[in-house]
Design a protein around this ligand. Sequence first.
Ligand SMILES: Cc1cc2nc3c(=O)[nH]c(=O)nc-3n(C[C@H](O)[C@H](O)[C@H](O)COP(=O)(O)O)c2cc1C
Length: 146
Amino acid sequence: MSVLSGKNILLGISGGIAAYKTPNIVRALIKEGADVKVVMTDAAKDFVTPLSLSTVSNNPVYSTFKSDEKDGTWNNHVELGLWCDFMIICPATANTLFKMANGNCDNLLIAVYLSCKSKVFFAPAMDLDMYKHKSTKKINCSITIF
Ligand SMILES: Cc1cc2nc3c(=O)[nH]c(=O)nc-3n(C[C@H](O)[C@H](O)[C@H](O)COP(=O)(O)O)c2cc1C
């Protein structure tokens, strides 16, 4: 049996080109027996659709704080953070890394990240010049991992 069998995994997707590969990641995790939920940024929707991700994960996809403007229902970031056995942020853009490092909580993905009590793995993904820039390196070093 896989070590991922029965695990709840939250996949955070930010808006880099590598986001187009994330349905394959979801499928691979599910094949190992995990239950996968996705939280994505608005920018990520330019590269992969919520419809694809909800279809392959067999779960709703979360991207906004409010789920319905009319009846005031909302997506509970704390519950999502507590639901998962671990979180993977992949791809993690330079912008999202900055927000993670600084607690800049202006979207649902970052709110879930800040609420998450379990381990968070993140995969910085950007052009090599962007990755090597000293600002990006500084951001990566300043993300606190508990
Ligand atoms: C075609 C295209 C590809 C991009 N790829 C990346 C990328 O690989 N990594 C990255 O850090 N930013 C990339 N960006 C820039 C991000 O989309 C932009 O910084 C965005 O604000 C990220 O928002 P988010 O972190 O909230 O998802 C790309 C932009 C475009 C238009």
